[in-house]
Design a protein around this ligand. Structure first.
Ligand code: ADP
Ligand code: MG
Length: 727
């Protein structure tokens, strides 16, 4: 018998195996059986031809309307021109050097035709399409006799119906004994067996069967993931950790006394949850979620100070150097002499705040590494540089990851591994994520929420400025900037690029998907910091203090310009997305994003969050040259229409593939989620989570669930190709 994990060559010939591996990344029998139909063609229902999009690879069901055999103009030989119809629209098929098609195809026949939609003389056409006749006049082809015809994601080399045939071969021989779903769970959830589900999804008679099969297969996807997460939670809970109990009269109390504001009720109660968590004898693993500007940093700093008071060190990981520098600056300022242990005039309970970033000079780096390793620094702040092997701690008690969505699980774990005993972990994200996504992506963490913004904030107004249609609006933008600066406030101008000659972007985190979707956009030259700065300083903003910030500057230069922006000596900061997350200058009130269409929804929401952080209202201007009908414009309008981060996170997610969301969880090449949709399948995810938690409670090592163990191994397997070579 053949099993799901066997290589495809056990059921298919050599050439098919090669093509499927290369074109569709299908390597095992299981890969093939989980290559589900994209849709189904109903026997009598033809594909709406008018809806076909140019450049898409399509498989259509249509009826032949006309067949003409004509000589080719430039060369010898004949071509066969066929017109197919769905009754309404038409599609042209052109076959070169296949004169025999003229004898094969006749008006009235039905078939499946597959190829890439092109345009010739204003008409959509398929050139040399793959062809499978369904009804050759004597009735339907036997092999196609299921009620619904599955249409698979396919390629020119391996059309949909050949995939269907390969799947039918595999279904006949594969052994389904190692079903990953335990019988009792399956029965409780009212789901069909794996064998039946796979048979019905590939060869259904009717839609209700597809529905039921999908239900079962979606549950599988959710369940395996949730069992993995439940195991991680259980393993973490079983580890020992040093309890960090609060001590009065130390750094924390001194910090609280110096805070220029009172904590919100939310900050108070989340702090309590965290203090409670780190006082336990097992490591805390907590996610702190809160809208941009809700004041997460203070909460994290208080936790770090509590740990310092009890003799432990904390590491704070930030995604950008600018943000790491800011955190260090804020802490040092708020702590004053309390952050100067060992220096003249330091307080008795004092500690040190070390900063480690990739681009700092060797001397600074050496000092900071030493302070971390010796334990002199109670708080060590840094970028990815923190993760390097030579960074060591004397007693790491707490790991904080700021803007966790910028990191992967591996990075969190790498930092955690630097503790002798497992440290407590607090991760923060400003991108509020829908519940099911949190359950999936951060499913191994407990969550805390900051729902309110500090009092006195007024909402940020967002306006899309379409300069393609209204060029005179650009002038108005700079006028507005001037007015704001005249009133003593400050402005960010964000550009997608550093310099005009840089192709695509160094430190600039442009959303790759967005670019692919919108080739128009990517071809256009985007605004660059080094061009925009002189343009503004010599033009519309002449006389103002304008400076720049981007990722290619040295640590010192970045720190210097940010310091001058913070104390108001720089009035307008032209920057790349290095300021996207976390940067906090309450006096900055206007955010101008140039070529805003280059950025994704979450990025824009984050960028906008840089203003409106004080008691003055914020204004965000999304300047774009994208035409009104471009997809990007919809995205900008979406961002402009709401300040609700949860809503925008949904919008963002809808535009991405689920794999991107899960990317942080697994490093395999393809997403384990084929059918499950995190947003739409909430019921399934919740049910799967409950079942998974109960199962892991009962049998933490899954001792009697071999199929499930195998499915989990496959999910976390980092190098599937390697594994297949050995198999
Ligand atoms: P985020 O949650 O986006 O990381 P920050 O922690 O950077 O937000 O806080 C945003 C701003 O609000 C900062 O300037 C911070 O000093 C300020 N802030 C935080 N908590 C309060 C509070 N309770 N009252 C007033 N301002 C606060
Ligand atoms: Mg923050």
């Amino acid at each position: 018998m053949v099993s799901m994990s066997d290589p495809l060559r056990r059921v298919l010939g050599e050439s098919s195996t090669k093509v499927l591996a290369k074109a569709l990344e299908l390597h095992t029998v299981g890969d093939l059986l989980r290559h589900y139909p994209r849709t189904y063609a109903e026997r009598e229902v033809l594909t709406p031809l008018n809806e076909l999009k140019v450049d898409d690879y399509v498989t259509v069901q249509a009826e032949v309307a006309r067949v003409d055999v004509v000589p080719m103009r430039q060369r010898k030989g004949k071509m066969v021109k066929v017109v197919v119809t769905d009754g309404l629209g038409q599609l042209h098929l052109t076959f070169f050097n296949q004169a025999w098609r003229g004898g094969q195809l006749h008006a009235g026949m039905r078939g499946l035709f597959a190829g890439k939609v092109g345009v010739f003389r204003g008409q959509r056409q398929l050139t040399n399409p793959q062809t499978q006749l369904l009804d050759d006049g004597d009735g339907y082809d036997e092999s196609m006799m299921t009620g619904l015809i599955p249409v698979y994601p396919a390629t020119a080399k391996f059309p949909s119906w050949n995939i269907g045939k390969a799947i039918r071969v595999a279904l006949d021989v594969v052994d389904f004994d190692d079903d990953s779903l335990p019988d009792d769970v399956r029965e409780r959830q009212g789901l069909m067996s794996l064998r039946e589900a796979l048979r019905l999804i590939h060869a259904p008679d009717e839609w209700s069967q597809v529905q039921k099969a999908r239900q079962r297969l979606k549950f599988d996807e959710a369940f395996v993931l949730q069992v993995l997460l439940a195991q991680r939670r259980a393993a973490a809970a079983a580890q020992p950790a040093t309890p960090r109990r609060q001590i009065r009269g130390g750094l924390l109390d001194a910090f609280d006394a110096r805070l220029p504001f009172t904590l919100t009720a939310g900050q108070q109660s989340v702090s309590e949850e965290i203090f409670d968590g780190i006082a336990q004898e097992h490591p805390m693993h907590r996610l702190l979620q809160g809208e941009v500007g809700s004041g997460k940093t203070v909460v994290a700093m208080r936790a770090m100070l509590a740990v310092a008071d009890s003799g432990g060190q904390s590491a704070l990981l930030a995604p950008t150097e600018v943000l790491a520098q800011q955190h260090a600056r804020t802490l040092r300022t708020l702590l004053g002499p309390l952050a100067q242990a060992g220096e003249l005039g330091s307080a008795e309970v004092a500690t040190r705040v070390a900063l480690l970033t990739g681009s700092q000079n060797a001397a600074a780096r050496r000092t900071n590494l030493l302070e971390a390793a010796s334990g002199a620094a109670g708080i060590v702040i840094g970028t990815h540089a923190l993760l390097q092997e030579n960074v060591q701690f004397a007693e790491l008690g707490l790991v904080v990851v700021d803007e966790q969505h910028r990191f992967g699980v591996e990075q969190r774990d790498a930092l955690r591994a630097k503790g002798d005993t497992p440290p407590h972990v607090l991760v923060m994200t400003a991108t509020p994520i829908p519940r099911t996504v949190a359950m999936t992506v951060y499913g191994d963490l407990e969550t805390s929420m900051l729902t309110e913004l500090p009092a006195g904030r007024s909402p940020i107004q967002t306006t899309v400025v379409p300069v393609g249609e209204k060029p005179q609006w650009v002038e108005r933008v700079w006028q507005r900037v001037r007015e704001e600066v005249d009133q003593g406030r400050q402005v960010y101008v964000v550009c997608p690029k550093i310099s005009g000659d840089s192709a695509a972007e160094d430190d600039v985190d442009v959303d790759a998907d967005t670019l692919l979707d919108d080739e128009e956009t990517s071809r256009r030259r985007a605004a660059a910091v080094e061009d925009v700065l002189p343009m503004l300083a010599e033009g519309p903003l002449s006389g103002l203090a304008v400076d720049m910030l981007h990722g290619r500057m040295t640590s010192e230069a970045k720190d210097d310009v940010m310091s001058r922006f913070i104390d108001g000596r720089v009035q307008v900061l032209v920057a790349t997305t290095v300021i996207e997350v976390g940067v906090d200058v309450p006096n900055a009130t206007v955010m101008v994003v140039l070529d805003a269409d280059w950025f994704g929804v979450s990025q824009l929401h984050q960028l906008r969050g840089r203003v409106g952080r004080g008691n003055q209202p914020g204004l965000c201007l999304l300047v774009t040259r994208a035409p009104a009908e471009a997809d990007a414009r919809e995205r900008l309008d979406g961002v402009a229409s709401t300040l609700d981060g949860v809503l925008l996170a949904r919008l963002d997610l809808e535009q991405r593939r689920e794999g991107d969301v899960l990317g942080v969880l697994q490093s395999g090449r393809r997403s384990s989620l084929r059918l499950l949709r995190l947003l739409r399948d909430e019921d399934i995810i919740v049910a799967a989570r409950e079942e998974a938690t109960a199962l892991v409670d009962r049998d933490p090592t899954l001792s009697v669930y071999d199929g499930l163990v195998a499915a989990i191994r496959e999910l976390v397997d980092t190098d599937r190709a390697d594994y297949l070579e050995k198999a």
